[in-house]
Design a protein around this ligand. Structure first.
Ligand code: SF4
Length: 636
């Protein structure tokens, strides 16, 4: 709990009155006084203590959302009465949405799990998996009993099958230390975890061009969006579903004069604010991106300097093999790595060296050492010619002029980019779209300068935990399987049999599986499904042992945000309710029963201190001490 003094004093009242008085005296005075108020929280404490018995505790929101906002929880009589956004001193990072502000309902919700439970028809010897689901009845058990049974089952399965037969499912329901903790236990035990196999389609295609990107694509820091002159939001309703930093930085860009283009089949809230809306037919994203490439090449809107300096566009390609020509193919002292281009002045082959302003020919066919070649851009030009705007517009349900206008803005108005979302990502060939638009941005030179945008996932903060979560060389380590292999492992033992699942912060049966019935049938082959969650979710209804996790607001943690440069300290607002426990505690207790107790730091505060000590950009005592109401630890 906060150390705030709850007793109203005359001095407190005078202080809050002083804020109002300065407010009347002029803008500068008001601003500076509010700034001080934010830093010290004195005025807020004074007002609340004068009005009642409130405490205002700064904490943090921690879902699968890139905001990771700091919030202010107002507590009276030991209960959270309301939640408000915390306005940080640097207002560029102001945020908070209705989801975060509704945590009062979530903390005390009737769906919260209160006690450890076991499915009545389940036992260690006779799991009766077909009795899971809607008709399942649960009975309360003790924490000790629940953890003992899970540990016993894990040990039995390890002995009878393999440690890999225990699957550690972790979801995105908590962004604190619980995920790495579960992975650490899996590493020690030798279990199976899911490799990152969702949300990566577009990023994988993007990576083919840029060499980086996996989860969507990498892009500039959010603050830089205001330097963009054209933003094409593609398959993302930022104003509805990315209310945190994305929406405000997009508004900043628009305020600074950026043109907004929205490519979306639906007339979304974001589309309604666009200068140009392209109501594309679903699945035609790559076609439209290729058509934009065609327009840029056809109208010579490309950035020649960028193409020469930073791309393989001028590189020669062997027409017979499709391989890049290397200097070893052309020069006696060449190597097998360096590509070859044509000097535009001499028409002679030369090494193509990055980060130089060589006068390379961008287009053309050449005969080099008797081999027919063409430049990479010529190959692209030929391919893109298959996607003229008129033909693509007809297939995609668009106007050809709109396709051209959008890309003309992108190519001619200075820096800009494409904020792609999950719309095109969730298609089988979403990676082709990623590859196409990454190529388009290389034609327009939208990399490596202020105002370029590559995805609706601005870069954010992070911390370096050092070797805190690492296990020794003697540990068996985790086997990673794609999600599509997890289910076959459960169904038929391909590539090996999975017999048990420990799920944490994941409602996987409800919202992660495209074919829920198939997963439910596959789960019939599991001897134990243990689920740790805050709420009685559909997945919990299919569990054998249920572990009540406490809400974020009642567990201390550190959270790094994707859309701001801070690592947030999540301060507990009050004690955990009922018998709910922190996942950190649960993992440590399970580890102890499996013989790995010495591998973990049991006290979480101590763990946080040690983790933070690994990164000299953040400071526990400055940021986390509870009497200091500063929660933002700048990490970049
Ligand atoms: S934007 Fe995200 S982190 Fe911020 S309050 Fe909303 S849900 Fe929570």
């Amino acid at each position: 709990m906060s150390d705030t003094d709850l007793n109203a004093t005359r001095r407190d009242v005078l202080k809050s009155g002083a804020v109002a008085a300065v407010g009347l005296s002029g803008g500068g005075g008001l601003l500076s006084t509010l700034q001080e108020a934010d830093d010290s929280d004195t005025a807020g404490d004074a007002v609340t203590s004068f009005l009642g018995e409130d405490q205002v505790v700064k904490t943090a929101c921690s879902p699968n959302c890139r905001g990771k906002c700091t919030l202010r929880a107002f507590v009276r009589d030991g209960q959270i009465k309301k939640v408000q956004p915390n306005i940080p001193a640097d207002e560029r990072y102001k945020r908070g949405c209705l989801l975060g502000l509704s945590h009062t309902q979530r903390v005390y919700n009737s769906t919260r799990l209160k006690y450890p439970m076991q499915r009545s028809s389940w036992s260690l010897k006779d799991p009766q998996p077909t009795k899971r689901g809607n008709e399942a009845e649960f009975e309360r058990i003790s924490w000790d009993e629940a953890l003992e049974k899970i540990a016993q089952k894990m040990t039995t399965i390890r002995d009878q099958y393999s440690p890999k037969s225990v699957y550690f499912e972790t979801g995105s329901g908590d962004s604190g230390l619980s995920g790495p903790m579960q992975s650490q236990l899996s590493d020690l035990f030798g279990g199976t975890q899911k490799s990152w196999s969702i949300d990566i389609n577009t990023g994988l295609g993007f990576r083919r061009v840029t060499g980086s990107g996996l989860f969507n694509a990498e892009t500039n820091f959010g603050e830089d969006w205001q330097n963009a002159n054209t933003v094409i939001v593609w398959g993302s309703d930022i104003f509805a579903s990315n209310l945190q930093q994305d929406a405000s930085i997009l508004l900043d860009a628009i305020e600074s004069g950026a043109k907004l283009v929205v490519v979306d089949p639906v007339y979304t809230g974001t589309a309604s604010k666009a200068d140009l809306w392209l109501p594309i037919r679903p699945g035609k994203d790559a076609h439209v991106a290729m058509s934009m490439i065609h327009t840029v090449l056809d109208q010579e809107l490309y950035d020649s300097s960028f193409l020469r300096k930073r791309t393989l566009g001028p590189a020669l390609v062997n027409e017979n093999t499709g391989d890049l020509v290397k200097t070893a193919d052309v020069f006696p002292d060449g190597d097998a790595e360096t590509p070859v281009a044509i000097d535009a002045e001499t028409n002679e082959p030369v090494p193509l060296l990055p980060e130089t302003y060589g006068n390379y020919a961008l287009f053309g066919r050449y005969t080099t050492n008797g081999v027919n070649t063409h430049t990479g851009l010529t190959a692209l030009e030929r391919k893109a010619a298959e996607y003229p705007a008129e033909a693509v517009a007809e297939r995609a349900g668009l106007q050809a002029t709109d396709i051209r206008t959008a890309v003309q803005w992108l190519a001619t108005r200075g820096p800009g980019g494409i904020a792609s979302g999950y719309g095109p990502d969730r298609y089988k060939y979403g990676h082709v779209f990623g590859q196409a638009y990454a190529t388009l941005l290389s034609l327009t030179g939208d990399y490596g300068r202020h105002g370029t945008i590559h995805a609706s996932h601005p870069s954010g903060s992070g911390y370096n935990p050092g070797d805190f979560f690492e296990v020794g060389d003697s540990a068996p380590g985790t086997t990673s399987l794609k999600q599509s292999d997890i289910i076959t492992a459960m169904e038929s033992g391909d590539p090996y049999q999975i017999k048990m699942m420990y799920s944490q912060a994941s409602n996987f049966l409800a919202n992660q599986m495209p074919n829920r019935k198939r997963w439910l049938d596959a789960a019939d082959n599991l001897d134990l499904i243990a689920v740790a969650d805050m709420h009685h979710t559909p997945t919990v209804q299919h569990a054998d042992i249920v572990l009540p996790a406490n809400h974020w607001f009642t567990r201390e943690d550190i959270i790094s945000g994707s859309n701001h440069p801070h690592v947030n300290y999540r301060q507990p607002v009050h004690e955990p309710l009922w018998e709910a426990k922190d996942d950190y505690w649960i993992i440590v207790q399970l580890a102890k029963r499996l013989g790995y107790g010495d591998e973990f730091v049991h006290d979480k505060t101590e763990a946080i201190k040690r983790i933070v000590a690994n990164d000299d950009r953040i400071d526990y005592d400055r940021g986390c001490h509870r009497t200091v109401p500063i929660l933002l630890l700048r990490s970049r």
